[in-house]
Design a protein around this ligand. Structure first.
Ligand SMILES: Cc1ncc(COP(=O)(O)O)c(C=O)c1O
Length: 410
């Protein structure tokens, strides 16, 4: 048997049926029409936003990284809950605008922005986080073409990383941002060219569960933003401190306590270097806001044995929930929290089972030798922590299976 990640403590059952947002999993599947299905509970997202607001300094802006979950009904609700959206493509620009987020509260980061994406984003009035000197030149040309003053910030590849992160996005050679020793010169060139200077974006890493590491990185980020601003000789209107708040996906993980991060940030913001005293600050989060709010429901199609091992074959798989198969953002495959939704809390069977998806590839493994109650055809398997990097971060076209359904509650 192999352990699985912790099922979030608030999940409960009624007569053995897992409740999601107060509704039974089977009736949610009926409502949506079929499995596989992602259910997202906005009450959980709302509680997470409140947790953030109560722990963090009042003046700190909260931005949502649309890439985590761009499902349109969810995005429309997010627009009313957070202070800005971080987007990563022209497609996400359209989604963000359709969701009702004000263009001047949208920032566009990510390598490889095409000229047409730059033109659309600058025309709409969003902020471009420049990833290179070349992109700076192309942004100025795009602005000229659409007849707008571009709102430009520089994304800095910091000279440090976020220790212990699932995904390192800074420190060392990276395709993201401009190395810290060249970021000041790029900012100065953009200001001299007449851009509307917006400030710095310093994103050092993602999926971190260690408050001390996040605190140390935020402190280093503020120091770097001050140093670069002094070099440029201009105060940044906004410093985007990145994010990195992680989720407890795997065995042994504990939920991140953000309160010490808020306390440390409060004292950082009370004693800011002079050049940052009038600046605004933002944190940009994806998974931490929406990940726990999602459950992926998939139905058991077959239960079979091979050489003594029991395989539970479901109608979903890595084409919808790649991360749970261990092929998105992790080096070693570990089990996400998983349950039989229609036998939630029941005693586990003596033999572990391996839950596999319906794709004809050995990597389509959703639960490896997990302890579950006895499983039958037709049962509903629930995979938790599926609200971020699920439907939109999985290869849904692979093997021609249908796309998953999605349902928003609350
Ligand atoms: C620039 C940027 N912002 C935000 C995020 C969101 O990260 P997370 O979902 O871990 O909060 C990412 C993730 O890769 C990113 O690259």
């Amino acid at each position: 048997m192999k352990p699985m990640g912790p099922i979030p403590a608030w999940f409960a059952a009624e007569e053995g049926m897992l409740l999601i947002g107060g509704c039974g999993a089977a009736s949610l599947v009926d409502e949506a029409g079929d499995t596989p299905l992602f259910v997202y509970d906005m009450d959980i997202v709302g509680a997470q936003v409140r947790r953030f607001r109560s722990a963090m300094p009042d003046a700190l802006h909260l931005h949502y990284a649309v890439k985590a979950n761009p499902y349109a009904p969810l995005l429309a609700r997010m627009a009313g809950l957070v202070d800005g959206f971080d987007i990563a493509s022209g497609g996400e620009l359209d989604m963000a605008l359709s969701a009702g987020m004000a263009p001047d509260h949208i920032s566009f980061a990510g390598p490889g922005k095409r000229n047409d994406e730059l033109e659309a984003a600058i025309f709409a009035g969003t902020t471009i986080h420049l990833e290179s000197e070349g992109e700076g030149r192309r942004a100025l040309a795009a602005a000229e073409k659409v007849g707008k003053t571009p709102r430009l910030a520089v994304r800095v590849n910091p000279d440090f990383d976020l220790k212990g992160s699932g995904m390192k996005m800074g420190g060392g050679a990276k395709p993201f941002g401009v190395d810290a020793d060249r970021a000041g010169a790029l900012a100065r060139a953009m200001i001299d060219a007449g851009a509307d200077w917006r400030g710095w974006h310093i994103f050092a890493g993602s999926q971190n569960l260690d408050p001390a590491a996040i605190i140390a990185t935020q402190s280093a980020t503020i120091a770097l933003a001050a140093r670069l601003s002094d070099e440029v000789g201009m105060a940044p209107p906004l410093v985007n401190l990145g994010g990195g708040f992680g989720l407890a996906y795997f065995p042994g993980d504990e939920r991140l306590d953000i309160r010490p991060i808020g306390v440390a940030l409060d004292s950082e913001m009370d004693s800011l270097p002079d050049i940052l005293k009038a600046s605004e600050f933002a944190i940009e989060l994806g998974r931490w806001l929406v990940g726990e709010a999602g459950v992926y429901l998939t139905r058991v199609v077959d239960v079979k044995t091979s050489q003594g091992e029991i395989f539970v074959v479901v109608d979903g798989g890595l084409h919808h929930q790649l991360a749970a198969s261990g092929n998105f953002g992790t080096v070693v495959r570990r089990n996400y929290p998983i349950a039989i939704a229609n036998r939630f809390g029941a005693e586990t069977a003596p033999d572990p089972v391996t839950v596999v998806g319906c794709l004809c590839t050995p990597i389509d493994r959703l639960g490896d030798k997990v302890a579950l109650p006895p499983v039958q055809e037709g049962d509903l398997v629930a995979i938790f922590l599926a609200g971020a990097y699920g439907a939109s971060a999985s290869p849904s076209a692979f093997l021609g299976h249908p796309s998953p359904r999605e349902l928003l509650l609350g």
